[in-house]
Design a protein. Sequence first.
Length: 156
Amino acid sequence: MQRRGNLLFYPNAARPVRLTDTSCDCDSATSYLYLGTLPQSDYWLVEVGYYEGGDYLLVHQRTGHRVLVDDYPSFSPSGRRIVSAANAYQDIYQTDGLSVWQLDAAGRPQLAWRRNAAWTPEGLHWADDHTLLIKASKPDDEGTRFTHYYRLRLPE
């Protein structure tokens, strides 16, 4: 990977991947910031910034395959699953929810589960490859937010 005003990645078994910033004061403005590699994965992590809001982009180090996720991704202990939590309380352009991807034999993520929720995810932790521990807040009928803890068992 090189940084020359834009990002240029060199996957092992694919053509280079170029991510080009757009510099304008308009709704289509996009910038890319390389954050590094993720533990237990073969992915580079890039923060994508927009005129308002942002996402994260995973770029596979071997194939160059790209996956856009709502929030900072977390890999399971085996590295075969990825979870990302969208937090509308912090980013008004998102809806609350969780997304879970299962990596196939080639390491490409396939969306396995997505759930929009009435609660706002604030923290995630993998207990094991099939169990997520979630800290979330949920408003009551008067709008007061309360913290809740969930254990989510994912299908095998």
